[in-house]
Design a protein around this ligand. Structure first.
Ligand code: SF4
Length: 71
C-alpha cells in the first residue's frame, strides 16, 4: 500500500501519535502506510470536504479520548 499523501501534514499523526509514542504507532503502520487507509475516516473527510478534519478525529472515526487530549 502506498503511503497516504496526507501523512506529512496529518494533524492527528503529528499531534497525537507523537504525543503518546509509541502506543499509537500502529495507526500509522495500519492506516497511513497500510491497507486500512481505504477506511480511514480522516481520509474520507479530506476527500469529501477537501480540507483537513479536526485534529482529534481518529482514523477509526472516534474522537481522541479526553485523557489523551488534556495532556
Ligand atoms: S490518519 Fe488517515 S488521513 Fe491521516 S495520514 Fe493516516 S491515513 Fe492519511
Amino acid at each position: 500500500m502506498k503511503e497516504c499523501k496526507h501523512l506529512p501534514k496529518c494533524e492527528f499523526v503529528l499531534r497525537y501519535v507523537a504525543q503518546v509514542k509509541p502506543h499509537w504507532d500502529d495507526f500509522v503502520s495500519l492506516y497511513c502506510r497500510g491497507d486500512f487507509q481505504d477506511v480511514c475516516k480522516r481520509l474520507e473527510q479530506y476527500k469529501e470536504h477537501g480540507s483537513q478534519p479536526d485534529s482529534n478525529l481518529m482514523p477509526t472515526g472516534r474522537r481522541v479520548p479526553g485523557i489523551v487530549d488534556s495532556e
